[in-house]
Design a protein around this ligand. Structure first.
Ligand SMILES: Cc1cc2nc3c(=O)[nH]c(=O)nc-3n(C[C@H](O)[C@H](O)[C@H](O)COP(=O)(O)OP(=O)(O)OC[C@H]3O[C@@H](n4cnc5c(N)ncnc54)[C@H](O)[C@@H]3O)c2cc1C
Length: 477
C-alpha cells in the first residue's frame, strides 16, 4: 500500500462483497474515497418521451445506496454521495484529495460508455489515472472461449461452448477496512429530490423489494435456505403469484447489490449441503441468459435501440399512442395481459411469463413499435437492466437473437399458467365474478357480460382488437 488516496466510483455495483473495483482501490491507496453520484441524465425522459426511471426503481436505488453507505461505515469508511454528472463530480473530488487513481466497474451499454469516456477524459486532463474492471457477469468477459465480437448470436450453442470451455472465477475478498478521509459525505436524496413522485408498492405484490446488499443476501437466505425453494425452482419458475415461485433476485443483481458469482457460490453450497438437481442447475442456466444478453450488448451496442434491432433493416412499426396507452394501463380487454400490466404498474415487478406475453401482445398482436414497450418497462421495472430488457424485447419482437415467428397465444397462455384465473382475479377485481371464461370474457353471451360488474364505471373493456382475426394473421405470417 502506498501513501496515496484513491477513489472507487460506484455505479451498478452497490455492494462490498465480490467488488473488484473497491478491493483494487483499497489495495492501491492508503485512503479511499468511495463515491456515488446521482447522474441527473438518468432521471430524465428517454425514448418516446417516456420517463427513464420510475418510483420503484428510484426507491430501490436510494435504499441500495443507503445500505452501501452503512456497510462502508461498518468498515471505518463512508460513501460520498453527490448529485451531478460524474465527469464533473469526480475531477473536483480528485483534485481536493490529491487522488492518483479512480477505480470503477465498466458498463456494457452505449450511453454508459459515453459517460465513462467523459469521466476518463476529464480526469486525464487533471492527471488522474482511471482503471476500469469488469464485474457484471457470472463468466468474466476475458474468460470467454471467443471474444464477444465473434460470439454466436444464438443462445444454445454459445451457452454450450461457454459451459464446456470457460470457468467461473472465485469471488474477490471483501475488504475489512475502508479507510476514508474526513470529508462532507453528503445527503442521500429521496426519490422526490430526484424529481420522481414516490409511490408505495401495492400490498398485492410478490415482494416489497427492499434495495441493498443486506436485503439481497436476506432474499437468498430465505429462498435457498429457510424456505428451501431452490430444489423445486425449475417446476415453479413459471408461476405468477406469491414470493417464492422464482428467485426474485433480478433487482439486486441489476443494481449490483448481489454479484452473480456470489449467487453461484450459494447454489454450489446448496448443492453440496441440500440437493443438486435440474432446478439448482436451472438457476445458473438463467444467469447464463443474463450473461448472454450482457455480452450481446457489448457486441452490438446501440443496434439494440434501432427498430430493426440486431437483425438490421428499418422495419416500420405502428406508433399508435392510444393503443399503446391501453396496453400500458392494462386496459386491452385481454385479462392475462391486463393483469400483468397492472401488476407492473402497481409494484414494479412482473414474472418472466408475464413479460413474454405482454411483450408479444404489444409487438405481435398490436404491431406497435416494440421499443415503446421496452421504454415503458425501463421506467416501470424495479429490476430494469439495459441489456436484459432491450435484449429480451428485441428477441420477442423478432429483431433480436431469434427471428422466428415466436408469438405468444395470450389467451391459451393464461389458461395454461393461470388455470383457475386466480392471478387475473388478483389484479382485476372487476372480473372476480367470472368463472371458466376468465381468460376470454368476450366469448360470453351479452347478457352474461352485463353481470360482470355491479358498478358501471368498473366495467371491464372488451378486447381492443379482433382477437380471432389477429390470431389468424399471426398463425400465417
Ligand atoms: C420483455 C422482457 C423484458 C425483461 N426485462 C428484464 C430486465 O429489465 N431486467 C432483468 O433482470 N430481467 C429482465 N427480463 C428477464 C426476466 O423476465 C427477469 O429476469 C425475471 O423475471 C426476474 O425474476 P426472477 O429474479 O424471479 O427470475 P428467476 O427466474 O429467478 O431467474 C434468476 C435470474 O436469472 C436472470 N434471468 C432470468 N431470465 C432471464 C432472461 N430471460 N434474460 C436475462 N436474465 C434472466 C435474472 O437475473 C434473474 O434474477 C425480461 C424478460 C422479458 C421477456
Amino acid at each position: 500500500m502506498s501513501d496515496t488516496t484513491t477513489i472507487v466510483w460506484f455505479r451498478e455495483d452497490l455492494r462490498v462483497h465480490d467488488n473488484r473495483a473497491l478491493l483494487d482501490a483499497v489495495e492501491a491507496g492508503e485512503e479511499v474515497l468511495p463515491v456515488y453520484s446521482f447522474d441527473p441524465r438518468e432521471f430524465d425522459t428517454g425514448m418516446f418521451d417516456l420517463p427513464r426511471v420510475g418510483p420503484y426503481r428510484a426507491r430501490f436505488l436510494v435504499e441500495s445506496v443507503a445500505d452501501l453507505r452503512e456497510s462502508l461505515r461498518e468498515r471505518g469508511g463512508d460513501l460520498l454521495v453527490r448529485e451531478g454528472n460524474p465527469e464533473d463530480v469526480l475531477p473536483v473530488l480528485a483534485a481536493a484529495h490529491d487522488v492518483e487513481t479512480v477505480f470503477y466497474h465498466t458498463k456494457p451499454a452505449t450511453e454508459e460508455k459515453g459517460v465513462e469516456t467523459a469521466v476518463t477524459d476529464a480526469l486525464d486532463t487533471e492527471g488522474v489515472e482511471t482503471r476500469s474492471v469488469w464485474g457484471k457477469t457470472l463468466y468474466h468477459i476475458e474468460d470467454l472461449p471467443t471474444s464477444v465480437y465473434g460470439m454466436d448470436d444464438t443462445f444454445t450453442p454459445w451457452r454450450k461452448s461457454v459451459e464446456r470451455n470457460a470457468s467461473i472465477r472465485d469471488r474477490v475478498p471483501t475488504p475489512d477496512d475502508v479507510p476514508t478521509p474526513e470529508t462532507d459525505a453528503g445527503e442521500i436524496p429521496s426519490p422526490a429530490d430526484l424529481g420522481i413522485e414516490p409511490r408505495e408498492p401495492d400490498e398485492r405484490g410478490v415482494l416489497p423489494f427492499e434495495g441493498g446488499e443486506t436485503a439481497g443476501r436476506e432474499r437468498i437466505a430465505r429462498y435457498f435456505w429457510e424456505e428451501d425453494r431452490l430444489r423445486g425452482y425449475k417446476e415453479t419458475r413459471n408461476g405468477l403469484l406469491g414470493p417464492d415461485f422464482s428467485s426474485k433476485l433480478s433487482a439486486w443483481l441489476t443494481h449490483g447489490c448481489l454479484s452473480p458469482r456470489y449467487v453461484f457460490e450459494e447454489v454450489k453450497r446448496y448443492e453440496a449441503e441440500r440437493v443438486s438437481n435440474e432446478s439448482t442447475y436451472w438457476l445458473l442456466f438463467e444467469l447464463i441468459w443474463r450473461d448472454f444478453h450482457t455480452f450481446q450488448f457489448e457486441k452490438y451496442g446501440a443496434d439494440f435501440f434501432s427498430s430493426g434491432g440486431i437483425q438490421g433493416g428499418n422495419p416500420e412499426w405502428r406508433e399508435d399512442r392510444t393503443a399503446f396507452e391501453r396496453w400500458a394501463n392494462g386496459e386491452t380487454g385481454v385479462p392475462f395481459v391486463d393483469a400483468n400490466m397492472r401488476e407492473l404498474n402497481e409494484t414494479g415487478y412482473m414474472s418472466n411469463r408475464g413479460r413474454q406475453n405482454v411483450a408479444s401482445f404489444l409487438a405481435d398482436w398490436l404491431e406497435l413499435d416494440w421499443r415503446m414497450g421496452a421504454a415503458y418497462f425501463e421506467a416501470k421495472l424495479v429490476d430494469y437492466d439495459v441489456c436484459s430488457n432491450w435484449g429480451n424485447w428485441a428477441y420477442q419482437a423478432g429483431v433480436g437473437n431469434d427471428s422466428r415467428n415466436n408469438y405468444f397465444n395470450v389467451v391459451s397462455q393464461g389458461e395454461r399458467y393461470d388455470p383457475g384465473g386466480e392471478y387475473v382475479r388478483h389484479w382485476i377485481p372487476e372480473l372476480a365474478g367470472l368463472g371458466e371464461n376468465i381468460h376470454d370474457p368476450w366469448t360470453l353471451r351479452e347478457d352474461e357480460q352485463a353481470t360482470l360488474s355491479a358498478e358501471p364505471d368498473e366495467e371491464y373493456p372488451g378486447p381492443m382488437i379482433d382477437m380471432d382475426a389477429a390470431h389468424e394473421r399471426l398463425r400465417n405470417r
